[in-house]
Design a protein around this ligand. Structure first.
Ligand code: ADP
Ligand code: MG
Length: 225
């Protein structure tokens, strides 16, 4: 479902070139649970951003369900991000001026859905993450684990083909972090959701079907089928 072919990403900082990714070739199938691991700065976030169409490679090809992302227009990429990809961040990235319910509704509003359709989907999303009772709360009234649950509801509300999660437990204590991993694992197991997770957590790695080890922008090794 996602295929990267000889992908490189080079950032220029003044005169210095940073090779964030350097010749990455990787195929991820529908329904996989993949962990991206490696030291800070090895290119995990860059790789997720390319898969999400948030960023474009300097060279190489990025394919998502048969479409070549690196040559899609910005409009097409934005639409793909809204409908086919759910993204979860380390710092939750909820909008502080919207309630939990409104945060979850946002991608549907942006996608032009109508009121009753939005309401139903948001209610199901919040229920899926066990936060129906927190729907009208502001983000600052929620614990970190609850905020991340809202972010996961927001990520799944449009029915994406894949969830990309960038160190989703990195800012949580171990109990809250495990609950988030349980939730991602359930989405994977019960709904066949494809999940790609950048992580430092051994607990997260243990749950993945396949582990991709990155170092200095290169794939250093693969574990699993
Ligand atoms: P990770 O998520 O594994 O910590 P990143 O993908 O964030 O790694 O970063 C990979 C490398 O690219 C790092 O050396 C980082 O400093 C660099 N980098 C990432 N984003 C940018 C950017 N926007 N501008 C310049 N360098 C960047
Ligand atoms: Mg990162």
């Amino acid at each position: 479902m996602i295929r990267l072919q000889q992908v490189a990403k080079v950032y220029s900082l003044g005169k210095v070139l940073v090779r964030a990714l350097d010749g990455v070739t990787l195929t991820i199938g529908q329904g996989e649970f993949v962990a991206l691991v490696g030291p800070s700065g090895c290119g995990k976030t860059t790789l997720l951003n390319l898969m999400a169409g948030i960023d474009r490679p300097t060279s190489g090809e990025v394919w998502f369900e048969g479409e070549r992302l690196d040559s899609l227009s910005d409009d097409r990429l934005t639409r793909l991000r809204r409908t086919k990809v759910g993204i979860v961040y380390q710092l939750f990235n909820l909008l502080p001026t919207l309630t939990a319910r409104e945060n979850v509704a946002l991608p549907l509003l942006l996608d032009g859905l109508q009121g009753s359709e939005i309401e139903g989907r948001v209610a199901r999303g919040l229920q899926r993450v066990g936060l129906t009772h927190r729907a009208e709360h502001w983000p600052h009234e929620l614990s970190g684990g609850e905020q991340q649950r809202v972010a996961i509801a927001r990520a799944i509300v449009a029915g994406p083909r894949v969830i990309l999660a960038d160190e989703p437990t990195g800012n949580l204590d171990s109990v809250a972090g495990e609950a988030i991993l349980d939730l991602l694992e359930e989405l994977h197991r019960d709904q066949g959701q494809t999940i790609i997770l950048a992580t430092h957590s051994q607990e997260a790695v243990r749950r993945a079907g396949r582990i991709v080890h990155l170092r200095d922008g290169k794939i250093e090794g693969l574990e699993g089928p």
